[in-house]
Ligand binder design. Structure first.
Ligand code: CP
Length: 266
């Protein structure tokens, strides 16, 4: 059984295998509609989510499997004080895999220590978000045909952004990485990828920044602009039609990458 707690749990060959599978699924998604018939996934979310929880749900349904959704833990026995470990042990009796989003760094590891089924970390506080990284990497790979030898600039909430943490871990050995926190976004270096993130005010982050038309003019024509979403003010909607905007592709790739990941547990 392989848990996915950190993006570092996957080696290059495993990531490439997921990409190969993702490409095939994206071409013919209906070919895979019965592959996980009879399997059950638990979506256990202690923090809000739209993309991660829904794309895992959709991925499992596309593959013929079922989902137990605990998307608002206040309606589960967690509101009666049940601890994480007991919750994980319980849900391991009812399902074949658990997707866990939690509030605190290390929760996914704690869950994996007691779980009888694979745990997929869907974000542990300000820790990591490895499946977001897989879809981010796949989006970069689709554009450039590689995920190395690229200049990547991360913009926004560098301290509290778990998507930045995971993606930078995945790219740190092969790419030139630059980081621009909210207060110094005006001198963006020339890059292949600009990865914007929102200010995580719910985690105490402060500040405000917004992409400007001047900033966009200075970005290379063949770069891509990414964002894990949700967004706030940092990327205005006027940029959405720019061919460099790839955040809607990221969302769509989230479904196919997660289908490929689930199939890798078959
Ligand atoms: N990117 C991401 O994790 O989005 P959600 O919080 O909506 O799942």
């Amino acid at each position: 059984m392989q848990h996915l707690i950190s993006i570092k749990d996957l080696d290059c060959a495993q990531v490439q295998e997921i990409f190969n599978y993702t490409k095939k699924i994206k071409k013919h998604p209906s070919k895979y509609c019965k592959k996980l018939k009879g399997k059950i996934l638990t979506n256990l979310f202690y923090e809000p989510s739209t993309r991660t929880s829904s794309s895992f749900h959709s991925a499992m349904n596309h593959l013929g499997g079922d989902v137990i959704s605990i998307n608002d833990v206040t309606y589960s026995s967690i509101s009666k004080g049940e601890n994480l470990e007991d919750t994980i042990i319980t849900m391991g009796n009812y399902s074949d895999i658990i997707v866990l989003r939690s509030k605190f760094v290390g929760d996914a590891q704690r869950a994996s220590d007691v779980s009888t089924v694979p745990i997929i970390n869907a974000g542990d506080g300000v820790g990591e978000h490895p499946t977001q990284t897989l879809l981010d990497l796949f989006t970069i790979y689709e554009k450039f045909g590689r995920t190395y030898n690229l200049k990547v600039t991360f913009i926004g909430d560098i301290t509290n952004g778990r998507t930045v943490k995971s993606l930078s871990k995945a790219l740190e050995n092969g790419c030139e990485l630059n980081f621009r926190d909210t207060y110094n976004v005006n001198d963006l270096p020339e890059s292949d990828v600009y990865y914007f993130t929102r200010v995580q005010r719910e985690r105490g982050s402060e500040g405000f920044y917004e992409m400007t038309r001047d900033m966009v003019k200075r970005m290379p024509e063949d770069c891509i602009v990414m964002h894990p979403f949700p967004r706030n003010e940092e990327i205005p909607r006027w940029f959405d039609k720019d061919p460099r905007a790839r955040y809607f592709d990221q969302m769509q790739n989230g479904l196919y990458v997660r289908m490929a990941l689930l199939l890798s547990y078959k």
